[in-house]
Design a protein around this ligand. Structure first.
Ligand SMILES: Cc1ncc(COP(=O)(O)O)c(C=O)c1O
Length: 464
C-alpha cells in the first residue's frame, strides 16, 4: 500500500496542475525549483513571481472581452487595479504594463500615484477611482490632482457630506464623481447593511439634492461591491441584481451616468482542489447588466472592476523551515517554523483565510497529521487546517532532517496588514523578500528585493 505524501496529493487532487509540479520529489512553482532557491536564499522568505500578475490581468480582460463579444454588449470593460491589495512598486510597475486603471483608498495612496506620475508610469489621463470614507487629507489630495489637470479622477462619494467638501475646495472647476451604493451584508454577518456607501433607498434623493444642484459636477459611475466576493450563490446574484436595478433607476434621471463598478472579489485558488468557472461567472455578470438595461430601455454602461486579491494573490508565496518538532500528547504533533505565522500571514489568523500549503521537499516520505506552530509566544500563532479539510498533512521527517514549507498564493494584503518592515509581535522580523521574473528569452531570473528586517531598524522605530 502507498503512503507517501506524493500519493496523498495525487489521490486527493489533479496533480501536477497549473503552477505546481514535482521534480525529484521537490516542488516546482511555475517552473521555479524551489528547493534550490531556498538553499540559495534561506528561510523565512517571501517570494513574488512577477509574470503571474500580468497573466491574471490578461486572463480577466480576456473573459470580459469574450463575454462582451458573445453578447454583443455595447460598453467597454475597464480593469482597475486596487492598490491596497499590494502597494509595492514592483507590483505597480508590472500591473501598469497592462493598460489598466487604478483605484485608491487613502491620502498616501494619492502620493503613490504622484510618484508613479513623476516617473512617467502614470499619465494625467489615467482613470483613477478614489474609494473609501474620506478624511480631509485624502479629499485635499484628490482635489489637488483634479486641479493639476488629471482628467479622469473619479472620487466615489461614500456619504452625504463628502461632495460639499469637494465642491468647497474645487470652486467652479468641473469634476466627475461616482456614488457608492451600500450593499446588504451576507445574512450571517453582524450587520445588515454595509457601512460603506449610501443607502440604496436614498440614492435618487441624494442625486437630486447634492449632485443635480451643482452644475460643475458630473455623475459618471455607480459603484457597489459585494465584499464577500463574486460567488455563484443566491446572495451574490441578488445583490448584483439590486445594484444593477439602482443603476437603471439612476440612469433614467442622470444622463451623464455611464459606468457601473462592481468592485473586487474575484476569488483565487486557495486549495489544489479549488474549482471556479471564471468564464461563466463573468459572462453572467455582463448578461445581467445587459438584460436589465434592455428591459429599462437604457444604454449599457462601461463596466469597471477593482480586482485586488485576484491580481496579486497568486503571484506570492511565503516559505519557512521546520526547525523543531514537539509531540505534545499522543495525537498532537507540532512542526515549529522559523517565523511567526500571525505576523507574516495575518489573514490566516484574523479572518481564517486559507493558503495552499505544500512541503518543498520529501514528497517521497510517509505523511502525518501535524499542526504548524509559529515562533511568537501567542497561542493563536498556528496553522492547522486547509481549505479542503480541517487538517494539515505533511511528510514525516526525523528531527534532524530539513523540511521546507511553502504557503502559496499569499501575495495580497499580508504585507500591508502585518506592517512590512515595522514593529512586530515578539519582535520577529519581516522575512527576506525575493522577486522572480523571466528575461526576454523566458529564462527565470531572481534577485533580492529586501533583506530580512534587521534588529536596528525595528529598535529605531521603538525609540532605542
Ligand atoms: C472598494 C474596494 N474595491 C476593491 C477591493 C478589492 O477586493 P479584492 O481584493 O477581494 O478583489 C476592495 C477590498 O476591500 C474594496 O474595498
Amino acid at each position: 500500500m502507498n503512503h507517501t505524501y506524493h500519493d496523498l496529493v495525487s489521490q486527493t487532487f489533479y496533480f501536477p496542475q497549473e503552477g505546481f509540479g514535482l521534480e525529484e520529489n521537490t516542488l516546482l512553482f511555475h517552473g521555479i525549483r524551489l528547493y534550490d532557491l531556498l538553499e540559495k536564499y534561506g528561510t523565512p522568505l517571501k517570494l513574488v513571481y512577477l509574470p503571474k500578475i500580468s497573466d491574471q490581468i490578461k486572463k480577466a480582460k480576456n473573459y470580459f472581452d469574450t463575454a462582451i463579444f458573445q453578447l454583443q454588449y455595447q460598453g467597454k470593460y475597464n480593469y482597475t487595479y486596487c492598490t491596497k491589495s499590494c502597494h509595492f512598486r514592483y507590483v505597480l510597475e508590472e500591473v501598469l504594463k497592462n493598460d489598466v486603471h487604478l483605484e485608491t483608498s487613502s491620502a498616501f495612496d494619492i502620493d503613490l500615484i504622484w510618484k508613479l506620475h513623476s516617473e512617467g508610469l502614470v499619465k494625467k489621463d489615467k482613470i483613477i477611482v478614489n474609494n473609501g470614507f474620506k478624511n480631509d487629507a485624502y479629499i485635499r489630495r484628490i482635489c489637488g490632482m483634479i486641479q493639476s489637470d488629471f482628467t479622469n479622477i473619479i472620487p466615489v462619494m461614500d456619504n452625504w457630506e463628502e461632495l460639499d467638501i469637494f465642491d468647497n475646495y474645487l470652486g467652479e472647476k468641473q469634476f466627475n464623481i461616482g456614488i457608492r451604493v451600500a450593499t446588504e451584508e451576507e445574512p450571517h454577518f453582524e450587520f445588515y447593511t454595509s457601512r460603506l456607501g449610501i443607502r440604496k433607498s436614498e440614492i435618487i434623493n441624494y442625486y437630486y439634492e447634492k449632485v443635480a444642484t451643482k452644475p460643475n459636477v458630473r455623475l459618471k459611475m455607480l459603484h457597489f461591491f459585494v465584499d464577500t466576493g463574486i460567488k455563484d450563490n443566491v446572495y451574490y446574484w441578488d445583490e448584483l441584481r439590486k445594484g444593477i436595478k439602482t443603476y437603471c433607476e439612476l440612469k433614467k434621471v442622470c444622463p451623464t451616468l455611464e459606468a457601473i463598478n462592481i468592485g473586487g472579489g474575484l476569488p483565487i485558488k486557495n486549495s489544489l482542489g479549488f474549482e471556479y468557472d471564471y468564464g461563466y461567472m463573468i459572462l453572467e455578470i455582463v448578461r445581467q447588466i445587459q438584460d436589465a438595461c434592455d428591459e429599462n430601455n437604457i444604454p449599457t454602461p462601461d463596466i469597471f472592476t477593482e480586482f485586488g486579491k485576484y491580481t496579486v494573490g497568486e503571484s506570492g508565496a511565503h516559505f519557512f523551515s521546520v526547525i523543531g518538532q514537539k509531540q505534545q500528547n499522543d495525537n498532537e504533533c507540532w512542526y515549529m517554523v522559523d517565523n511567526s505565522l500571525m505576523n507574516t500571514l495575518p489573514d490566516a489568523w484574523g479572518i481564517n483565510e486559507h493558503f495552499i500549503l505544500l512541503p518543498i521537499n520529501h514528497w517521497d516520505r510517509d505523511y502525518k497529521r501535524v499542526n504548524i506552530g509559529g515562533l511568537s509566544c501567542d497561542n493563536s500563532d498556528y496553522y492547522n487546517s486547509e481549505a479542503h479539510s480541517n487538517q494539515v498533512y505533511l511528510p514525516a521527517i526525523n528531527k534532524d532532517e530539513k523540511l521546507y514549507l511553502g504557503f502559496f498564493h499569499s501575495g495580497a494584503y499580508q504585507d500591508a496588514l502585518s506592517g512590512y518592515g515595522g514593529i512586530k509581535h515578539c519582535l520577529l522580523p519581516s522575512p527576506k523578500h525575493v522577486l522572480i521574473d523571466r528575461d526576454p528569452e523566458g529564462k527565470l531570473v531572481d534577485w533580492v528585493w529586501a533583506n530580512d528586517q534587521d534588529s536596528e531598524s525595528m529598535l529605531k522605530i521603538l525609540g532605542y
